[in-house]
Write a protein that binds this ligand. Structure first.
Ligand code: NAD
Length: 690
C-alpha cells in the first residue's frame, strides 16, 4: 500500500495520505505528496488537487522518530515549495487533527476545508521546538499575529469553527469530506478564483507592523508563563519577523532558530520526556493484554486534604464516588471544599455551573463503611498512622465486594504490612497521589509483594482515565519521589548550618527551574508536619526544630524560614532566622563559610540522583525514565531538563560520581556512591541511554 494514493474524480486529482496510525509526515509520505503533485501537474485533464487523509486524522505532525537523525530526502520544504508553485489550485481536506507539519502542509495549499470536529494547531513548542516549515510565517498572515502568538507559543489547537471565523479554514464540510472538498475545488475552478498564496497575504500583519508593544507585552507574559523555556521566546521572535521582515527573510530566520532549538539541550530533554512518559505505562511482567478489572464505582476513605482531591478526580472523570468519614462535620467540610474548588474553576470560565452540579452529583458522602460495598476501587486517605490504616483495611476487607481494589494513599507506611490486615493482599496496592490531588498529575502506583498483576494493570489505566500520569514503583521508605526528596531536604538543611541562607538555597533551585526552593516549599506545606514525624521517629533537624519550637510553622503562622507580612505569601528573609541558624551552627561547632551557588546545586541534586540510582539498583523503579516522569509530574522538575536522571546524564555520570566522592570525603557517608552510579561512570554509560 502506497503512503499516498493518487486517484481522479473528474478533473480533480485526490491525493490520499495513508500512513497509520496518525498519517505522520514520514519520508514515504513526503515522497508520495511530491510525486502526486508532480503527476497532477503533468496530467492535462487534472485542473485542481485535493489533499486528504484516510483513517482517524489528517496529517497529525512530523514523524518524531526521524528527529535528530540525518535528514531523508525529500525534505518538507521541497514538497511545500512545489505545492506553492502549483498552477492548479490545491485544497486541503482536514479531519481529526491537522497538527504541526500537517497544518504547515495545509498552509501551502490554496484553500482549506474541514469537518466541524477537526482541530488545527502547531504544538511544536511542547517539544521545545518551533514549526520549522513556514508555520510561524504563514499562520500570522491568516489569523493575525496575536492569535498566532497564542497558538504557537502555547501549542494549543483550535477547533474548525474558530478556524473558519479566523480565516484559517475556508469552509466547513458536512457529510463526506473528500466529496465535499472535490466539490469545493470544482467551485473554485468554476468561479475562476485566484491562486492566492498565504505567503502573499499582507492585510493582517500590516495592521500589527506599527505596534511593537504587542510583542513586548507578550514577551512579559511568556517570562511568567514559560519561565526558563527557550522555545516559546524563539517562536515569538519568528512571529515578530513575520510581521516585520520580507517573507523569505522570515523563513530563513525561522529555519535558523529551528536548527538551534533542535540541536539544543532543552528540546532534546523535552523529546526524551515525550517518550519517557509513554514508556512509563509499560510494565515488563504485566503484559498489555492483561485483563483489567472493570471500574464503574469508586470510594474514598477520609475527606481530608488528600481524600477530597482524590474524590474530585473520579467525579471529574464521570465515575461515581462515595466519600466516607468518621464524623458528619469532617464530611461536610471535605465535600464543601470539593464544591468550592469546582466553583472556583467555574468562576474562571473553565467549567459551567451545570458541570459543577453534575460532578458534585456524582459524589456521595457517608459515615458508614457499608457504603463502599459496591465500589470497584476503594482508596484510603486517612491519618498517616499504621494502626489506623490497619483498622480501616480490616473493615474494608469485611465490606468490600470480592475483586474490589483496595488502595492506600500512604506516603510513608509499608503497604505490605497494611495488606496483612486483609485476607486479600493480592487486591491491595498503593496509589500515591500528590497534593493538591485534584491538580497534580502524578500517581506513584506502589506494587506490594503480593499485589496481583491485574490489579496493577487496572490501577495504571485507571490513573490515566482520571487524567493522571502513573509510574509503577516498589515498596520502600518514601517510595521513589519522596525517598529522593529526603536527600535534598537533608542537604539543604546542612547547607544552612555551613553558611548558606534559606534565600540563597531557594534562589539556586528556583533559578534551576523548580517551582520553588525547599525552604519556601516547607513554609507553604507547614513545618509542623515534619516536626511531628521527626519527634515520633526520634530524629532532629536543628534549624527546623528551633523554628517550630518558636511557633514558626510557615505561611499559616505568618513566619517560618521567612516572614510573611499582612497575609501575603511573599517570603521575606528574616534576620531572626539568620541569628537562629548562626546559633545552631555554633552549638554544633560548625564554622560557617561562604558557599557558592554551584556547590549548593551539586549538594542538593547529586545525592538525589545517587538515590535514584540506588532505587534502580534495588529494582524499586523499572527504569530511570520512570524516575524522571515522577519528578516532572510530582515535583515540578523543569521538563526542559528532562528529569533528574536525564539531567545527570547530560552532566556526565563520571563527574557526578567524582563530586559525590569528594563530598563523601569532606562530609561523610551520606554521600556514598551507589554501585550502579559507580559502574555506569566507569563504563562511560548513562542512566537513560541518551
Ligand atoms: P488529613 O488529616 O487532611 O485527612 C485525613 C482525613 O481522614 C480526616 O478528614 C479524618 O477525619 C479522616 N479519617 C481519619 N480516620 C478515619 C477513619 N477511620 N475512617 C474514615 N476517615 C477517617 O490528611 P491528608 O493530608 O489528607 O493525608 C491522608 C493520607 O494521604 C495520609 O496517609 C498521608 O500520608 C497521605 N498523603 C498526604 C499528602 C499531603 O501532601 N497531605 C500527600 C500524599 C499522600
Amino acid at each position: 500500500m502506497a503512503a499516498v494514493n493518487y486517484a481522479k474524480q473528474g478533473s480533480v486529482a485526490v491525493l490520499t495520505v495513508d500512513n497509520p496510525p496518525v498519517n505522520a509526515l514520514s519520508q514515504p509520505v513526503r515522497q508520495g505528496l511530491l510525486d502526486g503533485i508532480v503527476d497532477a501537474g503533468k496530467d492535462a485533464s487534472v485542473r485542481a488537487i485535493v489533499i486528504a487523509c484516510t483513517g482517524r486524522t489528517f496529517i497529525a505532525g512530523a514523524d518524531i522518530t526521524e528527529f535528530g537523525k540525518p535528514p531523508r530526502e525529500p525534505g518538507l520544504h521541497g514538497v511545500l515549495d512545489l505545492m506553492e508553485k502549483s498552477t492548479k489550485p490545491i485544497v486541503a481536506a482536514i479531519h481529526g487533527t491537522a497538527f504541526g507539519g500537517g497544518l504547515e502542509v495545509t498552509l501551502c495549499c490554496h484553500y482549506r476545508v474541514a469537518v466541524g470536529a477537526a482541530q488545527l494547531g502547531l504544538p511544536e513548542v511542547k517539544l521545545g521546538l518551533l514549526p520549522g516549515a513556514g508555520g510561524t510565517q504563514r499562520l500570522p498572515r491568516l489569523v493575525g499575529p496575536e492569535k498566532a502568538l497564542d497558538m504557537i507559543t502555547t501549542g494549543n489547537p483550535i477547533r474548525a469553527k474558530e478556524a473558519l471565523a479566523l480565516g484559517l479554514v475556508d469552509e466547513i464540510i458536512d457529510g463526506d469530506l473528500t466529496a465535499g472538498a472535490v466539490k469545493f475545488a470544482e467551485k473554485v475552478l468554476a468561479e475562476n478564483r485566484p491562486l492566492r498564496l498565504v505567503r502573499d497575504r499582507e492585510e493582517k500583519i500590516a495592521a500589527a507592523r506599527g505596534k511593537p508593544e504587542i510583542f513586548d507585552n507578550y514577551r512579559k507574559t511568556l517570562r511568567q508563563r514559560s519561565r526558563g523555556f527557550e522555545a516559546p521566546v524563539a517562536n515569538l521572535e519568528c512571529v515578530q519577523d513575520a510581521v516585520n521582515l520580507p517573507f523569505e527573510q522570515g523563513l530563513k530566520n525561522e529555519r535558523e532558530r529551528f536548527m538551534k532549538l533542535m540541536t539544543g539541550a532543552q528540546s532534546k530533554a523535552q523529546r526524551y520526556f515525550f517518550f519517557a512518559e509513554r514508556e512509563a505505562a509499560k510494565i515488563p511482567d504485566v503484559p498489555k493484554e492483561t485483563t483489567e478489572r472493570p471500574i464503574r464505582k469508586a470510594a474514598v476513605i477520609g475527606a481530608g486534604t488528600m481524600g477530597g482531591g482524590i474524590a474530585m478526580n473520579f467525579a471529574s472523570a464521570g465515575i461515581p464516588v462515595t466519600v466516607i468519614e468518621t464524623a458528619q462535620a469532617a464530611l461536610d467540610r471535605g465535600l464543601g471544599i470539593c464544591r468550592k474548588n469546582y466553583e472556583n474553576t467555574a468562576a474562571k470560565g473553565r467549567l459551567t455551573q451545570a458541570q459543577v452540579e453534575e460532578r458534585m452529583g456524582l459524589m456521595t458522602g457517608s459515615l458508614d463503611f457499608g457504603a463502599a460495598a459496591d465500589a470497584d476501587v476503594i482508596i484510603e486517605a486517612v491519618f498517616e498512622e499504621m494502626p489506623v490504616k490497619k483498622q480501616v483495611f480490616a473493615k474494608l476487607d469485611a465490606v468490600a465486594k470480592p475483586g474490589a481494589i483496595l488502595a492506600t494513599n500512604t506516603s510513608t507506611l509499608d503497604i505490605n504490612e497494611i495488606a496483612t490486615a486483609t485476607r486479600r493482599p493480592q487486591d491491595v496496592i498503593g496509589l500515591h497521589f500528590f497534593s493538591p490531588a485534584n491538580v497534580m498529575r502524578l500517581v506513584e502506583v506502589v506494587r506490594g509483594a503480593k499485589t496481583a498483576k491485574d490489579v496493577i494493570a487496572t490501577s495504571m489505566s485507571l490513573s490515566k482515565r482520571i487524567g493522571k500520569v502513573a509510574a509503577l514503583v516498589g515498596v520502600c521508605d518514601g517510595f521513589t519521589g519522596n525517598r529522593m526528596l529526603a536527600q535534598r531536604t537533608r542537604e539543604a538543611s546542612a547547607l544552612l548550618l555551613e553558611g548558606a541562607s534559606p534565600a540563597q538555597v531557594d534562589k539556586v533551585l528556583y533559578d534551576f527551574g523548580l517551582p520553588m526552593g525547599p525552604f519556601a516549599m516547607g513554609d507553604l506545606a507547614g513545618l509542623d508536619i515534619g516536626w511531628r514525624i521527626r519527634k515520633a521517629k526520634g530524629l532532629k533537624s536543628p534549624v527546623a526544630d528551633k523554628l517550630c519550637e518558636a511557633g514558626r510553622f510557615g505561611q499559616k503562622t505568618g513566619a517560618g524560614y521567612y516572614k510573611y507580612e499582612g497575609g501575603s505569601r511573599t517570603p521575606i528573609p528574616d534576620p531572626l532566622v539568620d541569628q537562629l541558624i548562626e546559633e545552631a551552627a555554633a552549638a554544633q561547632q560548625i564554622k560557617r563559610r561562604k558557599i557558592d551557588d554551584e556547590e549548593i546545586l551539586a549538594r542538593c541534586l547529586y545525592p538525589m540522583v545517587n538515590e535514584g540510582a540506588k532505587i534502580l539498583e534495588e529494582g524499586l523503579a523499572i527504569r530511570a525514565s520512570d524516575i524522571d516522569v515522577i519528578w516532572v509530574y510530582g515535583y515540578g522538575w523543569p521538563v526542559y531538563r528532562g528529569g533528574p536522571m536525564h539531567w545527570a546524564d547530560g552532566i556526565g555520570l563520571k563527574q557526578i560520581r567524582d563530586t559525590m566522592e569528594q563530598f563523601r570525603q569532606s562530609h561523610g557517608e551520606q554521600f556514598k556512591v551507589s554501585a550502579l552510579l559507580d559502574k555506569l561512570a566507569n563504563e562511560g554509560k548513562t542512566f537513560t541511554g541518551g
